[in-house]
Write a protein that binds this ligand. Structure first.
Ligand code: ATP
Length: 219
């Protein structure tokens, strides 16, 4: 099985996340994408709602998509979950599966600050998706893209190439993947709610209803 792993705070989940996951799933012929909402973290921002709410919002957002699944692996963990540890657990939970770790350019740029990034890149393939506000050329200084030419990154940015694959570690590959640009972020949605504006069409109706009925993100 080819299994996509899509982690995030999902505070809240929105169409930017869902569309990116859908397109990666199609372009790489994945069998499933597993959404993994992050659990409670010691350095959590005050605006981060509880892991249970974030989990429930992802659950309702992906309902009806047979290729999307949710995992409570990080939500139910006690302390902070590091992605590398989660990936080791997933490797045991899904023996024989090929894992594809999906993350946006912004998250990939932050990777060197994560726990054991080199180990992480040996445990799964990684899929770096485009995201408004970032270009593939921004990845140029990354130590992991040493062997990727600027010309390739420019082609990805220009749209004349929408998928590029290279070896990122001894056993794993990295895919650069263009997805439809949806300039949506969870922080933008939270700010709209705080200013009393509506959030329609930025996320699924069921998530909007959940936010309203639980009075989330209101100051
Ligand atoms: P915040 O605004 O609170 O920082 P966010 O919208 O970036 O949140 P996260 O839960 O932090 O959402 O993101 C999870 C993953 O989804 C990251 O890898 C991120 O790059 C990716 N992502 C988020 N928004 C988009 C988007 N609009 N298009 C493509 N990828 C996205």
């Amino acid at each position: 099985m080819k299994l996509g792993i899509f982690g995030g705070t999902f505070n809240p989940v929105h169409y930017g996340h869902l569309r990116a996951a859908e397109e990666v799933c199609g372009k790489l012929s994945l069998d499933k994408v597993l959404f993994i909402p992050a659990g409670k973290t010691p350095f959590e921002k005050p605006e981060t709602v509880s892991a249970v709410h974030r989990f429930n919002m992802v659950k309702t957002a992906i309902k009806g998509n047979t290729r999307f699944q949710i995992s409570d692996i990080e939500v139910k963990a006690r302390g902070k979950s590091f992605t590398v540890d989660t990936m080791k657990k997933l490797g045991k939970l899904y023996p024989g599966s090929e894992l594809f770790f999906i993350l946006g350019i912004d998250a990939f740029l932050d990777l060197p600050h994560w726990k054991q990034p080199d180990t992480l890149l040996n445990l799964s393939h990684c899929v770096v998706t485009s995201r408004p506000g970032y270009t593939f050329t921004d990845l140029m200084p990354s130590p992991y893209l040493r062997h990727v030419s600027r010309a390739v990154l420019r082609k990805m940015d220009a749209g004349s190439m929408d998928l590029f694959c290279f070896d990122i570690s001894e056993s794993q590959k990295c895919f650069l993947c263009r997805v439809t640009s949806l300039n949506i972020s969870a922080s933008y949605i939270r700010n709209l709610i705080i200013s009393g504006e509506n959030i329609k069409y930025l996320l699924p109706d069921s998530v909007e209803s959940y936010i309203i009925s639980h009075k989330l993100y209101k100051k």
